[in-house]
Write a protein that binds this ligand. Structure first.
Ligand SMILES: [Zn+2]
Ligand SMILES: [Zn+2]
Length: 245
């Protein structure tokens, strides 16, 4: 009976009923190979690679040589150990992420996961004890109907599914959307917005904090601060996309 639900058995039929389209230009695609971009649009999807800032992961020009600390990280500290992302938050990926996050269209998820798998072939993340998706405030969760960070966590890290802990960190203060705010304003906006339920669950644990986009890092840094304050051994950050300011 379970075999009926194995999607690979249905894939040929699904291809006929719901042909795949390029996420960026809507060109019809033949077959479902995981990444829903046509060859032309895929050329604009650049996986992030070294050299980048060892700390915050911001990419440098190839001419910059080896990875090193960026100017910001030389002069400022973070509560997380390192932040890494798969792609730049720019076209054509940025549109697909926004459609997923704000319109609830899930068809980009498989592509985000497939791009992440390609990225992991070159860049390994530190092995975590727990994966914690950045939580939404309960009111935002009701409005949106899903937490994009949790869905990304489940889709991108299927082999770490047992380690996903979505109920330990809670966003208990409502904050206005961060869009349009400066780095300092964002940091002030999210200050004390999170709390840890059951701190014994994170004590001495290595945590991978997961979110959709790293913009100024204010949100993940505040999450990391509260996790470290509650005795997490180490917090690393993974976001699918990285805005470059
Ligand atoms: Zn295309
Ligand atoms: Zn940096």
């Amino acid at each position: 009976m379970n075999n009926l639900f194995r999607t690979e058995l249905w894939a040929p039929l699904l291809d006929i009923l719901f042909p795949a389209h390029c996420l960026a230009c809507s060109t019809g695609l033949r077959g479902r190979r995981g990444i829903s971009y046509c060859a032309k649009c895929l050329q604009d999807v650049q996986l992030l690679q070294e050299p980048f800032c060892n700390k915050c992961g911001i990419p440098f020009d190839q001419a910059a040589g080896e990875s090193h600390l960026c100017g910001y990280c030389l002069n400022n500290s973070w509560y997380f150990k390192q932040a890494r992302a798969v792609v730049r938050f720019e076209p054509p990926v940025a549109e697909a992420v926004k459609i997923f996050k704000y319109k609830g269209k899930m068809h980009g998820l498989a592509t985000f996961a497939a791009l992440s798998q390609q990225y992991f072939q070159r860049q390994q993340l530190p092995q975590p004890d727990l994966l914690i998706p950045v939580p939404l405030h309960a009111k935002r969760l009701r409005q949106r109907g899903f937490n994009q960070a949790l869905l990304l966590c489940q889709k991108i890290f299927p082999t770490w599914r047992q380690k996903i802990a979505p109920h330990i960190l809670e966003r208990n203060i409502w904050t206005d959307p961060q869009t349009g705010l400066s780095g300092a304003e964002r940091r002030r906006n999210v200050r004390n917005a999170f709390m840890v339920h059951r701190p014994e669950k994170i004590k001495h644990k290595k945590i991978l904090l997961v979110d959709d986009v790293f913009t100024t890092g204010a949100t993940v840094n505040e999450c990391a601060r509260i996790l470290v304050k509650n005795q997490a051994a180490e917090v690393n950050v993974f976001t699918f996309a990285r805005a470059l300011g």
